[in-house]
Design a protein around this ligand. Sequence first.
Ligand code: SF4
Ligand code: SF4
Length: 373
Amino acid sequence: MSIVYFASARAKKWKYDDSMPGKLEALLREFNLARYFEPKEWVAVKTHFGSEGAHRIVRPVFLRKVVDALHAAGAKPFVTDSVRIKGLDYLHVANENGINHLSVGAPVILADGLYGHDNLMVMAGDILGEIAVASVIHDVPAMVVCSHVKGHIQAGYGGAIKNVAMGGVSSSHRTCGWKCGRGAMHTLGEGMLSWDRDRCELCGQCMEICPLDVITFVNGELRWNGDECWRCGRCERVCQSGALSLPKDDERFMRSLAEAAKAVLSTFKKNKVIYINFLTEIQPECDCMPVADVPVIQDQGIMLSDDIVAIEQATIDFLLKAPPLPQSVAGEKAISPGDDILFKLSAKPYSIQIEESERLGLGSRSYELIEVS
Ligand code: SF4
Ligand code: SF4
């Protein structure tokens, strides 16, 4: 059985030790990072930099605490994410969202280079075959995966598995393109984007969100450059009229997340990756959308484990026990306490990603929770 450490978001005393940053420090002390990381060892602190407008990420103050704890253990940390939009723009987004060398106390770098093409092919499994793992994550000997927990329109739930799988893999490979990148998870076959003229309201949101500017409209007709497209699916997600779609299969998607996570983690030796889940600002959508809606579940706290499956299962157990928040999309959908809020938000079989990760040997869904206060 795996151990998951937990610190509650509730503050019951007006003391620093009862604050979230204070409790994260206590969690990191309890965990004893020196058990995992060597003096002078380079350690990637993998997070998601967010998006322009999506501010509900792992807050820089928490990344700072992780970096400080790694420094205290003698390691050499840096903060990183793979390219989601063009690399230079993504570094600006990180800075706007408060993640920079000054705030987090360590270099902030792109895991797969300015163009997102610095990656190495790694065998994933039956669904994906080989997949392009970001070179920095591939080569670094150790990693702390800091994940902001939320819902997700395609995954139903986004936590550590998704952060490792999608975030550890590049958007595109220099020669085999999106088919070797995270688009291979998002879509099927040739991944042809279809557009329903009758449903389209010509709002232009798909064009605005596309990181590569490969959607345009000419005389009211959509033009899409499929050769350049990453199949990131952002255009489809922001299209509220349902006029755009990429071919997909929900169960395959969940299983491919587990496969990709396994591929990324296969580049590390045993006991060199730990996971911190931030059950905070739990909004309904991915951190790469152009907004972050109000939370659907109250802040629960922070979890820490060396088992990616256990921490995901513990996180989901907490989310499903928490009452949905009014004045959020959960309230609008009349989701009640006791309902499976994650399923009701997106109608996706999200638990497959955790079950499949366990089946692939990434960890155990059995856990013991130790609360640190
Ligand atoms: S987001 Fe959807 S509705 Fe809006 S222009 Fe694009 S396809 Fe049309
Ligand atoms: S999937 Fe859509 S948003 Fe993403 S690169 Fe292709 S056209 Fe642009």
